[in-house]
Ligand binder design. Structure first.
Ligand SMILES: *[C@@H]1O[C@H](CO)[C@@H](O)[C@H](O)[C@H]1NC(C)=O
Ligand SMILES: *[C@@H]1O[C@H](CO)[C@@H](O)[C@H](O)[C@H]1NC(C)=O
Length: 428
C-alpha cells in the first residue's frame, strides 16, 4: 500500500529501472490505456513519447508494433526507431495502416547518422492495410526500403490484401537487390498473375550480374492463400529452378489444380537431379485430384534427397491415390498430412495391403477420411512397421468401438525395444 508499491504497478517504473536491459519489445496501444488512462483515440503519441523517454538507454534488437495508424503514431515510433537504429535487427508491424510516407519515414529513421543502409535482418508487415492514392509510389517506397537493406534475411508481407502489381514490384526489387534473403513470405494476399510480366522462359531476367543472388540464398518460400492458378504455377516453375537452396515451399490454399501440379513436376524432377535440399512441401487445399497427385508422388518417390514433410490435406483425392502413397512412404518421409483427402474405407484397405517395411514416419494426420473400422485395421498394421511413429491424428474417421482393442494390441506388440510416446486422437 506504500507509494513504492503503487510504483511497482506502473509500467513506467519498470521501464525506468530495467529499460536499459530490454532487447525485445512488443508495443500495443492497450498497454498505454492501462497505464495512463487516456482514451484509445488519442493514446499513441503519448505511448511512444512515454516509451522513447523511458527506453532512452535501451539497445533494442527486436520490436513488434501494433495499430500504428496515424502520422502522430509514426512520428512517435520513429523516435524509438532512431534511438535504437544501431542495435535493432527485427522489426514487425501488425494491424497497421501503411502509406508511402510511412515507409519513407521508417526507412529514414532506421538509417542512422546519414548512412544509406539499415541493419534490419527481419522485416514484417502483417494483417495491415496499404493505403495510398498512388499505389505505384507506395510500392516504390517499400522497394527503396528493401533495396537499402544489405542485411535483410527475412521478409514477410502476410495478409495485407496485396495485389499482383504490388507483388510484382516487390519481387523485381528483390531480383535487383544483392541481399542474401533466406525467407520470403507473401501468404494470404491476392497476387495471381504476379509472375506474368517476367519472361521466364528466355531467362532474360537473369542476364545482368548478381540479379539472382537474392533467389539463390532463399530457403523458405511461402505463397499460401493467394488465389494462385495453374498459370501462376507454370511461371513459378521457372522461378523455383533459380532457387537452389530452397528447403520449404508452401503453396497451400491456392486453386492451382492438376494442371498447375503438372507444370511444377519438371521442377521436382530437376530438383531431384541437382540434389536440391527441398524437405518440406505443402500442397494442402490446392484443388488437386488423384490424377495430378499420382504423377507427383511418382516423381517425389524418386528424389535423390527425399522430402521430410508433405501435406496433401483437403484435396479430393479418393482411394485411387492409395497405391502411389504406399510407394511414396517407402521414402524417408517423416511428416505426412493426409487430412480430408477422401480415402474412405476402401482407401484404408488398399493402404493396409501395401507392403510396409521399417517406415520412417514420425507424424501422420489421417483425420477426416471417414474410414470406419478400416482406419483402425490400417493403423494397427502401420504401428508395427513404423518404429519412429509418435503422433497420429485419426479424428473424424467414424471409427466404431471395436477399433480400440485392435489399436491397443498393436501398440502393446510394437512396444518391443522402443519407447513409444503415442499421442492418439480419435473420435469414436
Ligand atoms: C483478387 O484480385 C483480382 C484481380 O487480380 C480481383 O478481380 C479480385 O476481386 C480480387 N479478390 C479479392 C477477394 O480481393
Ligand atoms: C491434423 O488434423 C487436424 C484435424 O483433425 C487439424 O486440426 C490439424 O491441424 C492437422 N495437423 C496438421 C499438422 O496439419
Amino acid at each position: 500500500m506504500s507509494n513504492l508499491a503503487s510504483d511497482y504497478l506502473k509500467l513506467s517504473y519498470h521501464c525506468q529501472q530495467f529499460g536499459c536491459y530490454s532487447r525485445r519489445l512488443r508495443l500495443q496501444n492497450v498497454l498505454c490505456v492501462l497505464e495512463s488512462c487516456v482514451s484509445l483515440y488519442i493514446l499513441s503519441l503519448p505511448l511512444f513519447d512515454i516509451h522513447s523517454q523511458l527506453l532512452r538507454k535501451s539497445n533494442l534488437q527486436s520490436l513488434v508494433v501494433q495499430w500504428i495508424r496515424s502520422s502522430e503514431h509514426v512520428a512517435g515510433l520513429c523516435k524509438l526507431l532512431n534511438q535504437n537504429s544501431r542495435t535493432l535487427t527485427s522489426l514487425e508491424f501488425v494491424h497497421c495502416k501503411i502509406s508511402s510516407s510511412f515507409m519513407d519515414t521508417i526507412c529514414g529513421s532506421l538509417c542512422s547518422s546519414g548512412a544509406e543502409t539499415h541493419q534490419i535482418h527481419h522485416f514484417s508487415i502483417s494483417s495491415s492495410s496499404f493505403h495510398e492514392i498512388d499505389p505505384v509510389s507506395l510500392a516504390h517506397s517499400l522497394a527503396s526500403f528493401l533495396s537499402s537493406g544489405r542485411s535483410l534475411r527475412s521478409l514477410k508481407l502476410c495478409d495485407n490484401n496485396l495485389d499482383r502489381n504490388f507483388a510484382k514490384s516487390v519481387f523485381s526489387t528483390l531480383l535487383d537487390s544483392s541481399c542474401g534473403l533466406t525467407s520470403f513470405d507473401l501468404s494470404e494476399n491476392n497476387i495471381s498473375g504476379w509472375l506474368s510480366i517476367f519472361n521466364w522462359k528466355s531467362n532474360a531476367f537473369l542476364s545482368s550480374s548478381g540479379v539472382t543472388k537474392s533467389l539463390q540464398s532463399l530457403r523458405i518460400l511461402k505463397l499460401g492463400g493467394n488465389n494462385l492458378q495453374k498459370d501462376d504455377a507454370g511461371n513459378l516453375r521457372y522461378v523455383l529452378v533459380q532457387m537452389p537452396s530452397l528447403e520449404i515451399l508452401d503453396l497451400s490454399d491456392n486453386p492451382i489444380e492438376d494442371d498447375g501440379i503438372r507444370s511444377l513436376i519438371p521442377y521436382f524432377a530437376e530438383a531431384s537431379k541437382s540434389c536440391s535440399p527441398l524437405t518440406d512441401l505443402n500442397l494442402g487445399s490446392c484443388e488437386l485430384s488423384s490424377d495430378g497427385v499420382i504423377l507427383l508422388l511418382d516423381v517425389l518417390s524418386t528424389l535423390a534427397r527425399p522430402l521430410n514433410s508433405l501435406s496433401l490435406a483437403d484435396n479430393g483425392l479418393g482411394s485411387q491415390v492409395a497405391e502411389a502413397l504406399g510407394k511414396f512412404w517407402g521414402t524417408s518421409i517423416q511428416v505426412l498430412n493426409l487430412e480430408g483427402i477422401g480415402l474412405g474405407p476402401s482407401g484404408f484397405r488398399k493402404l493396409r495391403d501395401i507392403r510396409m517395411e521399417n517406415l520412417k514416419l514420425v507424424k501422420l494426420n489421417i483425420s477426416k477420411n471417414r474410414g470406419g473400422i478400416e482406419t483402425a485395421k490400417f493403423l494397427s498394421k502401420l504401428i508395427l512397421h513404423a518404429p519412429k511413429l509418435v503422433a497420429v491424428n485419426a479424428a473424424y474417421n467414424l471409427m466404431p468401438a471395436e477399433s480400440l482393442p485392435l489399436i491397443c494390441s498393436a501398440l502393446k506388440t510394437a512396444k518391443g525395444g522402443y519407447t513409444i510416446f503415442f499421442k492418439f486422437k480419435c473420435t469414436v
